[in-house]
Structures are given as structure tokens and as C-alpha cells.
Design a protein around this ligand. Structure first.
Ligand code: GLN
Length: 194
């Protein structure tokens, strides 16, 4: 059974721990480099990407995270986590850094103020039995992807799901629905990498 960490600096950590357990993984929070070293894979939750970036720097996690991701550790980022996995942000706040790992450019809060939160059915490549319920909360979209990244989901003509090798990212939050198919897909990726 794979051991999957959830980066527990800020954001909806608990919901991911529950979804991963439902998808037959053993899941635990990760806050320190020593804890990161123990897990087979990592989820980066939704929350606020500037805060996650600053706390990761404070906790000495930026370089260890970049090393593990660069070495092929499976990683799944939702919303703010997707932003953390982008090689480039169009509109970073001052002091905001990403880990990178996916050749994509993201726009933060892209879905706009009057529509800050909404739900929509989203077809995801690799997920069978119908669309997933996408919960979008001040969500980013992916402005463009490079040749190595595969678009796996779109909403309203905008890219909201990307996979590159062992890295997976969605603009929306499957951990906030009862539907664990995306977590199951990630657990399958972790098993295949193991
Ligand atoms: N807008 C947030 C950010 O820029 C992301 C929101 C979320 O994770 N739900 O980090």
C-alpha cells in the first residue's frame, strides 16, 4: 500500500487525507523535510498559493520538494497546489515562488470575481463512468502548456487539468466532493511508479 503525504502547511489538508484513505492509500500530513523523505508521493492541497509558498520556504521545504519532484516522485496538486506545480505563474504576488514540475503557465484567480466559486461537470481523460463534479473556488486556469504536458480536462475552453509524467494537477477540488475517482487515479499512478 503506497504511503502518500499531504503537504500540511495551509489549505484543505484533512479532506485530502480522507479522500486518499478512501482510495486505498495510507495518507499522512507532511510538514518537515524528514516527513517528506518518508512518503512515496505527495498531494499539495488547495488553499492560498502565496501562503503555501512562503510557509514552504520558512519550513525549509522548497529545495527538498523540488528535488523529490525533479526525481519523479508522484505529485498531485489541486487549485493552489496546481499553481505550486506550474513552471511559471503569469501574475505572481511578490515573494511568491512555485516548485515547478509541470511545463505550464497558470493564471491565478482566473475565473473572475463575480464567479469566484462554482461547480461544473468536468470530463477528465483517464476517468471513466462520466464527468467529475468540479468544485472551483477562486480557481486558476492554465493559460498554456508546453510539449511535455498533457491536457486532461477543460472547462469553458480553458485548461483545468494537466498531467506531465508523474505530476497531476487540477484547478478544481475533487477532495471536496464524495467522488474519489481522481484520488484513485493518482493512487494508480503512485502504484505504477513504485
Ligand atoms: N486563489 C488561490 C490562490 O491563488 C487558490 C484557491 C484555491 O486553492 N481554492 O492560491
Amino acid at each position: 500500500t503506497p504511503l502518500i503525504g499531504v503537504l500540511a502547511l495551509q489549505g484543505d489538508v484533512r479532506e485530502h487525507l480522507i479522500a486518499l484513505a478512501a482510495a486505498d492509500a495510507v495518507a499522512r500530513p507532511v510538514r518537515r523535510p524528514e516527513e517528506l523523505a518518508e512518503v512515496d508521493a505527495l498531494v499539495i492541497p488547495g488553499g492560498e498559493s502565496t501562503t503555501i509558498s512562503k510557509l514552504a520556504a520558512l519550513f525549509g521545504l522548497m529545495e527538498p520538494l523540488r528535488e523529490r519532484i525533479g526525481a519523479g516522485m508522484p505529485v498531485y496538486g489541486t487549485c493552489a497546489g496546481l499553481i505550486m506545480l506550474a513552471d511559471k505563474i503569469l501574475d505572481p504576488r511578490s515573494g511568491q515562488e512555485t516548485l515547478g514540475g509541470i511545463d505550464m503557465i497558470v493564471r491565478r484567480n482566473a475565473f473572475g470575481r463575480q464567479n469566484e466559486s462554482f461547480e461544473a461537470a468536468v470530463e477528465v481523460a483517464g476517468i471513466e463512468d462520466g464527468p467529475v463534479e468540479g468544485v472551483f473556488i477562486r480557481a486558476p486556469w492554465v493559460e498554456s502548456v508546453g510539449a511535455r504536458a498533457e491536457v486532461i480536462a477543460e472547462h469553458d475552453g480553458h485548461i483545468v487539468g494537466v498531467r506531465q509524467g508523474n505530476a497531476l494537477a487540477t484547478s478544481f477540488h475533487p477532495e471536496l466532493t464524495g467522488d474519489h475517482r481522481l484520488h484513485a487515479l493518482f493512487v494508480d499512478m503512485v502504484r505504477a511508479a513504485g
